[in-house]
Write a new protein. Structure first.
Length: 166
């Protein structure tokens, strides 16, 4: 009996000690990248977080309530570090999430099930109406990658853009 109680206590403490890490993984605010932010070295299929001091170009991306990105296609060179200035010119929340088409589709499905899920990844800019956010991304691999708005219904309505990395 004591062993069962001890195991339950141990499980409780392990679960509660991990709760802050889980909450942090999805954060409490989209696109809130502070000046003290440490740049991640995590490599993704579509690149890694870029150092703003090493940005080789800036690309302005507009998101509208017509469920479109402007520009809808961007071409970059492998190794480019791009500063995206992402503006929401609409009246509803929009976001720009970079990834592979497979990852974007999976994340869009997850967002349908959990529409209030919040996260703060370096390849995401969640932008309130009339506001702008920046994100910096280094494209380390050649290929075709995508960006989409994963607010439920927006991706399905065609709010998708393409990044061609040469």
């Amino acid at each position: 009996m004591k062993k069962v109680v001890l195991n339950q206590i141990l499980i409780f403490f392990m679960a509660t000690s991990l709760a802050p890490a889980v909450a942090w993984a999805h954060g409490d605010k989209h696109g809130n990248k502070s000046a003290q932010h440490k740049i991640s070295t995590e490599e993704h299929a579509f690149g890694r977080e870029g150092d703003p001091k090493k940005a080789t170009r800036t690309v302005a991306v507009d998101m509208s309530d017509k469920m479109r990105f402007t520009p809808a296609e961007i071409t970059v060179k492998r190794g480019d570090t791009v500063r995206f200035t992402v503006k929401n010119s609409g009246k509803v929340m929009h976001e720009m999430v970079i990834g592979t088409m497979k990852e974007l589709k999976e994340h869009a499905e997850l967002m349908k099930k959990h529409p209030n899920m919040e996260h703060d990844e370096p390849y995401m800019a969640h932008v309130k109406p009339g506001r702008s956010e920046q994100m910096v991304w280094q494209f380390t691999k050649p290929g075709e990658f995508f960006y989409g708005c994963l607010v439920p219904g927006h991706f399905e309505a065609g709010m998708i853009g393409k990044v061609i990395v040469k």
